[in-house]
Write a new protein. Sequence first.
Length: 255
Amino acid sequence: MPAQTHLFMCLKDNFGVLLHDPGSGRTAAIDAPEAAPVEAALKATGWKLTDILVTHHHGDHTGGIEELKGRYRCRVVAPDGEAGGIPEVDETVRDGDTVRVGALEGRVIVTPGHTSAPSTLYFPADKLVFAGDTLFSIGCGRVIEGTMAQMWQSMLKLRALPDDTMVHCGHEYTLANIRFAKTIEPDNKALAERGDEVKRLRGAGKFTIPATIGAEKVENPFLRADLPEVAKSVGLSGSPAWKVFAEIRERKNRF
Ligand SMILES: [Zn+2]
């Protein structure tokens, strides 16, 4: 049976998401920014929390873990390289490992850059990817613990996923990301159309994700740093792609 997901907001602009296997009844929270909205989501769906799959160690992704584990005794799965900064960890995972939620099978893709060793969780049969703060819709996370070159490699790993993969990310930043992306690619027609769609969604109080990898590939400048027209637009024609990526990321930091 295919996976079911339930998306909701936590804190100021964090996404929370529940991933449910209807066959076994197991339900995973992808990150746990805070306990109360996760519990409200469980109540709304009637699902029972069995697992928390953590993408990275930042407090706005882990703040609810202790309280939820205390209440539900759920299994906490965290990236091996960051487990020391995450409470109540039961299992750690590394690049290429499999994570199961009942019959749902996910693969861990370690995507360094935002932090040193975050897990991006990819469920190929369900065409779902949970990218934490590595990839946002029309954006990417700040490069804090890794290098720009590492983050660019992480972008390439995610860009290589099938076009119909649905991207879930850690924050509702899409509208602001599009405003910035238009400064890099003012003539990108698909990006302009996405901008109109996102404005409509936000105006109606709706979420702007999941996006697809296929759409992100043509609209997200951070996945497009190896295109000649993008390099040209930031004055770096002929430079290595990671340098173009770094320039775009630095411009976004100042935007
Ligand atoms: Zn983060």
